[in-house]
Design a protein around this ligand. Structure first.
Ligand code: CP3
Length: 350
């Protein structure tokens, strides 16, 4: 474990685990725990008028962040926002097509880059997000940890380049090979914006920050080191210098055996595993160096039943020898049943 490991002034289970302490039963939260599977979320989203309005209205964003905490008593709350707010703050047009997902104006050449705002402009343009954090620090129960977040530069770049989500991130990989100067300038701009934005989140009261590299698995060979590990290393190093003792969780989804190099290269305190990572391997190869978070298949939150409890215990037991935060391997889906969340909590905590 890295430096802050020894101290744990707070007694909050998630902060204890991230400080390298084995907590039994493990603390639990779920990726996308505030979302469409909850009727109260859908009601608040309708009141806001839309998803982006919800993200940028501090009272309502705080409300939907708190909903799953009230209902389930999770050990962590994750700020309600989106990774695509950073491109928006950099000057991209952003909207959500109902039923289809995000749409953005694209960045594919020097002229598009030149139109982007400087990285330093991002925290001020996202001031409502920091206001949400301040509200949450007043309203959250004393034992609940508040997690801020941002997308990792590569993942954010895939949306900025393609203008939408893509199954294979081909437009972004095409730019990476075809115009490395533009591609690297974009990665650099997002990296700097992310440092400024996460720093502002921590100053507003985020106790942990998580970096989502949802498409890390699409980067081949040396490009994984350059565009997944290196930007994350810069972000972690800079945050550590500015805010010593604030842990970072990394999620290089789909990295496979690359999880080990990503952990070594970035030095994060917490490592979120996707569903494909074998817990036995991770317990041996990764857990001695970081708190593991994960990695139940989100489909089990739709199915419920005995398999849910069995799989949850299998993962809990695999990581019982070291620091672990129980979570899913990816976000909970809109068709999940809230009653299955209760089942999961009983299995993990019971
Ligand atoms: O509860 C939480 O986890 C906090 C909020 C959160 C959201 N998005 C809310 C959201 C977080 C941490 C994210 C991260 C995010 N956003 C990622 C990385 C994690 C991952 O899932 O891999 C990515 C890639 C995005 C970009 C994004 N946002 C997409 C592709 C979509 C559309 C697909 C979808 O799930 O609908 C969104 C929309 C979004 N972000 C929703 C929520 C609750 C659904 C919006 C709605 O209410 O209609």
């Amino acid at each position: 474990m890295t430096a802050p490991a020894a101290r744990d002034p707070s007694g909050k289970p998630v902060l204890r685990a991230l400080a390298g302490i084995r907590v039994d039963p493990p603390p639990v939260w779920l990726m996308r725990q505030a979302g469409r599977y909850l009727p109260e979320y859908r009601a608040t989203r309708a009141r806001a008028g839309g998803f982006l309005e919800l993200c940028l209205t501090p009272d309502l964003a705080a409300e939907v962040t708190l909903q799953p905490i009230r209902r389930f008593g999770f050990d962590a709350a994750i700020l309600f926002a989106d990774i695509l707010l950073v491109p928006m703050a950099l000057g991209a047009d952003l909207w959500f097509e109902t039923g289809e997902g995000p749409r953005l104006s694209t960045v594919t050449g020097p002229a598009d880059l030149a139109r982007l705002r400087p990285a330093e402009a991002v925290p001020e343009r996202l001031a409502p997000v920091c206001e949400t954090i301040r509200i949450l620090r007043r309203e959250l129960p004393a034992r609940t940890t508040l997690i801020g977040f941002a997308g990792a530069p590569w993942t954010v770049a895939t949306y900025m380049i393609a203008g939408r989500g893509t199954p294979d991130q081909a437009p972004a990989r095409r730019l990476m090979y075809g115009d490395p100067a533009v591609f690297e300038a974009l990665i650099d701009r997002i990296t700097q914006a992310t440092i400024a934005y996460l720093s502002a989140q921590i100053e507003a009261g985020a106790e942990v920050v998580k970096l989502f590299d949802s498409w890390a698995g699409a980067l081949p060979g040396p490009h994984f080191a350059r565009y997944a590990i290196e930007p994350a290393r810069r972000i972690v190093t800079e945050l550590r210098a500015r805010h010593p003792g604030v842990p970072v969780i990394g999620f290089p989804r789909g990295a496979g055996a690359g999880y080990a190099a990503w952990l070594d290269g970035t030095g994060v305190e917490g490592l979120a595993l996707d569903t494909a990572v074998d817990p036995g391997w991770a317990a041996r190869a990764l857990q001695p160096r970081a708190c593991i978070q994960g990695n139940l298949d989100p489909l089990l939150m739709v199915l419920g039943g005995p398999r849910l409890a069995e799989e949850a215990r299998r993962i809990r037991d695999a990581f019982a020898g070291g620091p672990h935060i129980f979570n899913l391997g990816h976000g909970i889906t809109p068709d999940a049943d809230p009653a299955h969340v209760e089942q999961l909590l009983a299995a993990v905590r019971g």
